[in-house]
Design a protein around this ligand. Structure first.
Ligand code: DC
Length: 225
């Protein structure tokens, strides 16, 4: 029997980094569900669709093909066969992705896709609603959190390291995360919320190594790895 380890939490909390490191340590694969919404957002922009053209966005979400190469060291994501792994992290996508991901029909499409991607595999799946909606029966549920200030600083430092959105100031990153927090928490469906049976890991003031260790402890207490 395959199992799912759900890791949910707000933007900039380090879900991606932590999930990847833990997966490497434990020999699992990770599925970044935010990437599916980002990929659709690339398609929305490329097709010149405006954010208020909800019907067009829904239609597009049913037509496009999103694929992930999960077994690679760095998971890659493809939109209609084209590698958009770097493109999905750019700033125009950050600004558009929240309203796109708030559309009910879009969520239904993406949740279906996310479940298919996980089928038959032992995975760490990270997002906002994995423990509540996508896999409410996940074997392990972890909710990562950290203060807004710390998340903005981590994202800012990450941008400086990767070169993606390097020109954004700390204040701009802070405002962008604050807006996304509000949108993520107030979505009518699929809102960011800690599942009742999720274990809270507050990463504020902790090093990445401490957070990885804690997450691995939680996982090992629930599954025999
Ligand atoms: O994790 P991320 O920043 O790459 O996510 C991008 C956006 O997608 C985020 O603003 C919220 C949305 N999202 C979601 O609604 N549900 C998920 N499971 C994952 C992401």
């Amino acid at each position: 029997m395959s199992y799912v380890i759900a890791i949910d939490g707000p933007a900039g909390v380090g879900k991606g980094t932590i999930a990847k490191r833990v997966a490497d340590d434990l020999g699992l694969i990770t599925i970044d569900t935010g990437a599916t919404y980002r990929c659709l957002t690339v398609a929305v922009i490329d097709n010149g669709i405006k954010i208020n053209e909800v019907d067009k966005i829904i239609k597009l979400s049913k037509e496009i093909n999103i694929d992930m190469q999960l077994e690679e060291k760095e998971a890659r994501i493809f939109l209609n066969g084209k590698d958009v792994t770097t493109r999905i992290r750019e700033d125009d996508i950050n600004n558009f992705v929240s309203p796109v991901s708030a559309i009910k029909e879009v969520r239904a499409e993406m949740v279906n896709l996310q479940r298919k991607l996980a089928q038959g595999k032992n995975v760490i799946m990270e997002g906002r609603d994995i423990g509540t909606v996508v896999f409410p029966d996940a074997t392990v549920k972890i909710f990562l959190d950290a203060s807004l200030e710390e998340r903005a600083m981590r994202r800012y430092n990450q941008n400086q390291e990767t070169g993606i959105d390097k020109d954004l100031t700390y204040e701009e990153v802070y405002e962008s995360i604050k807006t996304r927090d509000y949108n993520d928490r107030n979505k009518p469906i699929g809102a960011l919320k800690q599942a009742e049976d999720a274990i809270l890991v507050d990463t504020t003031g902790k090093t990445i190594e401490e957070n990885i260790k804690r997450v691995e402890e939680v996982i090992k207490s629930k599954v025999n790895i």
